[in-house]
Design a protein around this ligand. Structure first.
Ligand SMILES: [Zn+2]
Length: 130
């Protein structure tokens, strides 16, 4: 069931609200930036995301085709979310949600995608390290 969550970076300068359904699944990806940042994400449409604080503290990292804005806190370095060029949807870092019990995190389904070879419709051969 979709519900509201509060999220933040480590230092607290960036705070957001996102409505999402953890039972609907989350994603782990092995692409170059997700693997290095250990990004564990849940996708939400723009209307289900609200930045509450911290726009001035956020910076943006783009690479490759520059299609995705990886937003991170310039004080603590944590990446709470990212979004595509059109901003239609947001990838929320599940790890930055502040009010999720560990049992709920453990129970959320995880879909693995092979972003390393741009295959977002199937898992890589090895997923246990992601
Ligand atoms: Zn921060």
């Amino acid at each position: 069931m979709k519900r509201d969550y509060q999220g933040s970076c480590h230092c607290g300068a960036v705070r957001f609200r996102a409505a999402l359904d953890l039972d609907a699944g989350t994603v782990r990806c092995n692409c170059s930036v997700c693997a290095k940042g250990r990004f564990w994400l849940a996708m939400v449409p723009r209307d289900d995301f609200e930045l509450l604080e911290g726009e001035a503290t956020l910076s943006t990292y783009k690479f490759g085709a520059h299609n995705i804005s990886h937003r991170f806190c310039t004080t603590c370095g944590i990446k709470p979310f990212g979004h595509g060029a059109d901003g239609a949807s947001y990838a929320i870092s599940v790890a930055t949600l502040d009010d999720v019990p560990p049992e709920a995190l453990a129970a959320t389904p995880v879909m693995y995608v092979d972003g390393k070879v741009n295959a977002f419709d199937r898992p890589p051969a090895v997923t246990s390290y992601l």
